[in-house]
Design a protein around this ligand. Structure first.
Ligand SMILES: O=C(O)C(=O)C[C@]1(C(=O)O)C=C[C@@H](O)C=C1
Length: 352
């Protein structure tokens, strides 16, 4: 066989194998919520890529194997149960990078212009899932996300922890930068660096870091705080890489949907509730969680719009609502709090 005939033939064989794989995925998925299994299938594909790479002495790199297999896995899911995933765009925002990591590059991703629009797309059913930032290790909670979670209508079905490295991007050299644009959270995560290196330069808030990159690409003298992927996409120079104040800057993303994932043995549960306006009410809630042997991993309070001195609380702890201890906490809290909502029990997120 000559090279010119063998390569197309191999490509045909690869595609035929992918079709075979997709048919198997379609059979296995049946009526199930496809995204329950997708992150696990992507993780399995990564293990296969690593295992094969250990025995193969030559050939394509581990990274290439990893991304090819991940793409095949998500494309098979997409072909078996098509759906759209909404994220805060435009493309190459951190939310986009989180969506690619969680759902793989074979899933159809739909950019929208705000966090609220992600919630709208999922609650209206235009998109099967959405992904939104919920908490950052430097800057804390993402208020827009908590406000919309409090309104109900969608569940949390998964999470992902993404390492965030910000970059100063521009068409211009540093000395010609007059304005720095970005999402308030990104500006805040770099405020020390910006104060030290660009004192007095105007900071301009945008709807997302990728929207800032678009603005920087349109006008010399404007810089954006955004991802390296955005630099490539929008044709910007990297004036300075890694300008986040905290080297271990991580943003936790919540995956939104309407389903309820099955227990995996490594899950967490998120609850939202109001407590009565009396001394010790919140301490009582914490006591209930402790008495069931559970360890609170997150607690946030935020004001109820239009009701002074009244707060929602959001708490997270390990375990699934199908497990006895978690079910016990939920049942007791239902009696002792107001408007308790289980926002979701879902697999603990991995950090990438
Ligand atoms: O603007 C983006 O690129 C986003 O995806 C949003 C967002 C956020 O609001 O936290 C996500 C991750 C980073 O923390 C900075 C910005």
């Amino acid at each position: 066989m000559s090279d010119s005939t063998s390569l197309p033939q191999i490509d045909q064989e690869i595609l035929a194998l992918i079709d075979r794989r997709q048919q198997l995925v379609a059979t296995q998925l049946g009526g199930e919520d496809r995204s329950g299994g997708l992150p696990a299938a992507l993780a399995d594909a990564e293990k296969v890529a690593e295992k094969i790479s250990l025995t193969a002495q030559t050939g394509v790199s581990v990274n290439a194997r990893r991304s090819i297999l991940r793409h095949i896995v998500s494309a098979c899911y997409q072909a078996s149960k098509p759906e759209l995933v909404a994220f805060l765009g435009p493309v190459d925002s951190y939310s986009h990078l989180a969506a690619l990591e969680y759902f793989g590059g074979g899933t159809d991703l739909s950019p929208v212009s705000s966090i609220g629009a992600v919630f709208d797309a999922v609650s209206r059913g235009d998109c099967g899932h959405g992904i939104v930032p919920i908490e950052n290790s430097t800057d804390g909670r993402i208020v827009d996300t908590l406000g919309r979670l409090a309104q109900g209508h969608v569940n949390i079905t998964g999470e992902l922890l993404l390492a965030i490295h910000h970059n100063l991007l521009s068409l211009s050299p540093r000395e010609e930068i007059r304005q720095v644009h970005s999402k308030p959270q990104a500006l805040s995560q770099c405020r020390g660096w910006l104060a030290d290196h660009l004192p007095g330069v105007e900071l301009v808030e945008t709807a997302s870091t990728a929207a800032a990159a678009e603005a920087a690409a349109a006008t010399p003298g404007i810089a954006a705080v955004a991802s390296l992927a955005a630099a490539t996409r929008y044709g910007l120079g990297v004036v300075q890489a890694s300008i986040e104040d905290n080297r271990h800057n991580v943003t936790r993303f919540a995956v939104l949907g309407s389903g309820a994932p099955e227990p995996t043995g490594d899950d967490k549960t998120t609850l939202l509730f109001e407590v009565q306006h009396r001394p010790g009410a919140l301490a009582d809630v914490m006591g209930i969680v402790r008495d069931h042997g559970l360890n609170l991993t997150w607690i946030e309070s935020f004001p109820q719009p239009g009701r002074p001195n009244e707060y929602f609380f959001i708490v997270e702890f390990p375990g699934h609502q199908a497990e006895r201890a978690v079910a016990g906490v939920i049942a007791t809290l239902r009696q002792q709090t107001q408007h308790l909502a289980v926002l979701g029990s879902y697999p603990q997120g991995r950090k990438v």
